[in-house]
Design a protein around this ligand. Structure first.
Ligand SMILES: [Zn+2]
Length: 198
C-alpha cells in the first residue's frame, strides 16, 4: 500500500497563510509505522530516528526501493517532497515512481510518506496513493484547530481519512504518547528551517 500523510490535501490551490507544518504528519506516520512493527512484525525503515525503526538516509532508502526486494517491510519517508526533488533528472524520477508503486503493491510492503502539500507529490504518485490522511491539531479545551508551532495548550491530533473518505476511519492521537517513539525536534532538511522563517 502507498499511504500519504499531508497537511493540505487539495491540489488546485492552497491557503498560504495557514501553517500546515506543525499539524502532526510525522506523528501520524510514526503511529502507523509503530502499529505495523508491533502487530505485523514488519521491519521499519525511516529517514528520521525512532525507537523502533532502522534509520537510513533518504537516498539509501531510495536505493533500497530501486534495487532491493522489499518484503515484510514498511517504509516511512518524512519530507517526501524534498526526497523527490533531490532525485535529480526527470528520467530517474519517473523510474523511481514506477519502482515505488510496484514495491508498494506487494501485500507485505507499505510505503508511507509525509508532505506539507499533496500537490508537491508528482501526479503519478498521487494517483497511486491508496490512502490519503490529513491530520489536524486541536486544543483539548475547545476542540478548535491550532496552527501554531509553539503553543502552550494541550493538543490532540485528529487524523482524517481524506481518500477514500471514511468517517469511521478517523483516529485521535495523543502527541505526548506517540511523541515518545521519535525525536519531534529532528530536522530532516536544512531547508525546513528557512521555510518556517519565511
Ligand atoms: Zn495550540
Amino acid at each position: 500500500m502507498l499511504i500519504g500523510i499531508v497537511g493540505y490535501p487539495e491540489i488546485d490551490y492552497y491557503y498560504k497563510n495557514i501553517n500546515i507544518r506543525g499539524c502532526g504528519k510525522t506523528l501520524t506516520m510514526t503511529y502507523y509505522l509503530f502499529q505495523s512493527h508491533k502487530k505485523e512484525q514488519k521491519t521499519i525503515l525511516t529517514n528520521y530516528h525512532t525507537s523502533f525503526s532502522r534509520y537510513m538516509k533518504s537516498m539509501d532508502i531510495v536505493d533500497e526501493i530501486f534495487n532491493g526486494d522489499l518484503t515484510n517491510i514498511a517504509v516511512g519517508f518524512d519530507e517526501f517532497q524534498e526526497v523527490l526533488s533531490s532525485l535529480g533528472e526527470n528520467k530517474k524520477k519517473v523510474k523511481f515512481y514506477s519502482k515505488l508503486v510496484n514495491q508498494s503493491r506487494k501485500k507485505s510492503t507499505d510505503i508511507y510518506y509525509c508532505s506539507p502539500l499533496f500537490k508537491d507529490i508528482h501526479n503519478r504518485l498521487r494517483e497511486k496513493t491508496n490512502i490519503l490522511l490529513n491530520p489536524t491539531k486541536h486544543h483539548y479545551t475547545d476542540f478548535k484547530k491550532c496552527f501554531k508551532d509553539s503553543c502552550p495548550e494541550k493538543h490532540y491530533i485528529k487524523v482524517n481519512m481524506y481518500k477514500p473518505f471514511y468517517k469511521e476511519g478517523m483516529k485521535y492521537l495523543k502527541p505526548e504518547i506517540v511523541g515518545k517513539y521519535y525525536n519531534t525536534f529532528e530536522i530532516i532538511n536544512e531547508d525546513d528551517e528557512e521555510n518556517e522563517l519565511a
